[in-house]
Design a protein around this ligand. Structure first.
Ligand code: 2RA
Length: 329
């Protein structure tokens, strides 16, 4: 019996990408698009958007959630009541002990532990952990120092519009960010706590510990909004348990799931956000030993990944594929 998949928040950047991922992966499911009343009747790729109401989830088997936290928390009880299994891209349930937080290339086994909700990690977390998972297995990772350069698409269609409009007119409205983003960098994503650390920056450590099942992982993260449309870039320093070897690092990365090694700096080959945009792999390069660490246990690298795809929609759809495969067993 063909399963029915609803996309909640279907008109946003991530929701639309989820639909595209379902189609390009030839998933044999019926699709239902749900959004707010103001989007009711819109047509997206041949599908008519329905208003999201308490009754929307009747007859639905799976939900791909692409809404902000407050909206997600409103409809989640309706989806649970209807017996749906939800893959949720919001941050509402990511650190809930009863909710698996999953990057399929890393901890797909956690999917089976779900009680109706599986959480999609934050985009910058997904990109960093996909880039570093093979290195963690090889060298052990004790501490990460990360600077993210996050695309405006992380703030959805408003973020994309701000950049495009401000490039044309620097006085264009600032709807997604506190300052002009065109020709600028903004070292703030999310509110700061009393320690001066933003919510976005805490996510990398908190989510990384859960996905890797490593409560001792230490992450110092600085998150920066940059005038790039779609892909997040991250400069990462890894303090490892063992002495690192660059050639071994390149070897394990060249065989890592979801990774493309782009590392030939002499020939100007390295990850760049334009190259990762609109494809699903994380590109990793600029791999080098940190010569300032006399122990030889520190590695530096640079990675990029499409925030809307692998950072959100593709990861969620990959989780759905695993769920569907489990029902066919
Ligand atoms: C951002 N990671 O980039 C957040 C939400 N996608 O804005």
């Amino acid at each position: 019996m063909k399963k029915t998949v609803a996309i909640a928040g279907a008109t946003g950047a991530v929701g639309q990408q989820m639909l595209e991922c379902l189609k390009e992966r030839n998933m044999d499911v019926d699709v239902k698009l749900l959004a707010s009343a103001r989007s009711k009747g819109k047509v997206i790729d041949g599908y008519v958007v329905e208003e999201l109401t308490p009754e929307s989830f009747q007859g639905v088997d799976y939900v791909l959630g692409a809404c902000e936290n407050d909206v997600t928390k409103m409809w989640m009880p309706w989806a649970m009541e209807a017996g749906c299994v939800v893959v949720d891209n919001s941050s509402a349930y990511r650190l809930d002990d009863n909710v698996p937080l999953v990057v399929p290339e890393i901890n797909a086994d956690d999917i089976a532990k779900n009680n109706g909700i599986i959480a999609n990690p934050n985009c910058s977390t997904i990109i960093a952990l996909v880039a570093c998972d093979a290195l963690k297995k090889e060298f052990g990772i004790r501490r990460m120092v990360v600077t993210t350069m996050q695309a405006v698409s992380g703030a959805g269609v408003k973020g994309i519009a701000d950049l495009e409009n401000q490039i044309k007119d620097e006085n264009a409205p600032k709807t997604a960010f506190p300052y002009q983003i065109a020709y600028n960098l903004i070292p703030q994503i999310g509110d700061f706590d009393e320690l001066g650390i933003s919510k976005e920056e805490w996510k990398m450590q908190n989510e990384g510990r859960k996905i890797w099942h490593d409560d001792d992982l230490l992450v110092n993260c600085t998150c920066v909004r940059v005038p790039v449309l779609r892909s997040h870039s991250e400069s990462i320093l890894l303090e490892c348990d063992k002495e690192v070897d660059v050639e071994k690092a390149k070897d394990v990365l060249s065989n890592a799931l979801g990774v493309q090694l782009k590392d030939d700096p002499q020939n100007k080959v390295y990850p760049m956000p334009l190259d990762t945009t609109n494809q699903d792999d994380v590109f990793v390069g600029r791999i080098r030993k940190d010569l300032t660490d006399p122990t030889g246990k520190t590695l530096s690298l640079f990675c990029c990944g499409d925030q809307i795809r692998k950072g959100a929609a593709t990861n969620a759809v990959q989780i759905l594929e695993k769920l569907l495969a489990q029902t066919e067993q």
